[in-house]
Design a protein around this ligand. Structure first.
Ligand SMILES: [Zn+2]
Length: 287
């Protein structure tokens, strides 16, 4: 059964580790992530962007697939199904479809409007037992066609949003979606520290986890980050393994064209990436 992300993140913040959010794109992605979480006895958050939701034939299809898999594959670790960077309308659709967690990305609205819309969603999510992530200060890079400039959030605005009763808070601290450019300045730990001072127990979320050096990840966790989003890294691992299989001509040998064989190396590569991240984040054995 899907659970809200509240309990797993409260425990993570108190225990000084982070739970990974791994974005899914299809059945192979979902299966690889869930089986790895179960094997490592780790809580996990499955992220679904609005684009990926559309690609997977709609939110209800996603909920059906994930719920079926939890049951048929005997997944007993805590699993949250989370809308990633949701629009105001998208949040309502996912709540209706049966998601257990949502992110309302109101970072592009003026702060007053972000506050008003977040407040409304807090009331609905509390009533339904769904966890809610809010964002302050847009996160750099490209996500579903939306390009952010990689702002650093204002800690006072973070407190204002945290005080509305959201479950977890994503704040821009120089992090970027996708691959990091060679001239990247690194994370602003000063900002992260200031945000944690003002928001206390609130679990903080680090987006754009791909390519942030391990020591920076560990430092961010020590400063209150309890949820880390990983997306691009699984995509790169999947593509590389699939490329190797085809370049080696394996799809031309016997029944190597069978999709169950063709997609297997990519699925294994996702498992390896998820395992590596769960070990780095410290969530292994915390289910
Ligand atoms: Zn993000």
């Amino acid at each position: 059964m899907l659970v809200s992300a509240k309990e797993m993140l409260t425990k993570a913040k108190a225990g000084h580790y982070a739970v990974g959010q791994f974005n899914i794109n299809n059945l192979e992605w979902t299966k690889s992530i869930l089986l790895t979480a179960q094997e490592l006895n780790s809580p996990v958050i499955l992220g679904v962007s609005e684009g990926a939701g559309k690609y997977m034939a709609g939110y209800k299809t996603v909920v059906g697939m994930v719920n079926g898999m939890l049951e048929e594959q005997n997944i007993t670790v805590p699993v949250a199904l989370h809308l990633d960077h949701g629009s105001y309308e998208g949040c309502f659709k996912c709540i209706e479809a049966g998601f257990s967690s949502i992110m309302f990305d109101g970072s592009h609205y003026p702060i007053e409007e972000n506050v008003a819309k977040t407040k409304e969603l807090v009331a609905i999510c509390n009533e339904k037992g769904i966890s809610l992530e809010a964002e302050v200060g847009s996160i750099g890079g490209e996500e579903d066609g939306v390009v952010g400039m990689g702002e650093v959030a204002d800690p006072k605005e973070c407190k204002a949003i945290a005080d509305l009763g959201v479950t977890m808070l994503a704040a821009g601290i120089g992090n970027i979606h996708g691959k990091y450019p060679a001239n990247w300045q690194g994370l602003s730990f000063e900002t992260l520290d200031a945000i944690q001072q003002l928001t206390g127990d609130m679990p903080l979320v680090l987006h754009g986890g791909t390519g942030i050096p391990a020591d920076m990840i560990k430092k961010a966790i020590s400063l209150g980050v309890s949820k880390i989003n990983v997306n691009t890294e699984c995509q790169l691992a999947f593509a590389e393994a699939t490329r190797k299989y085809i370049e080696a001509g394996k799809d031309l040998e016997g029944k190597g064209y069978d999709p169950r064989k063709l997609l297997a190396p990519g699925a294994e590569a996702i498992k390896a990436t998820v395992k590596e991240k769960m070990e780095l984040f410290g969530s292994v054995g915390k289910a």
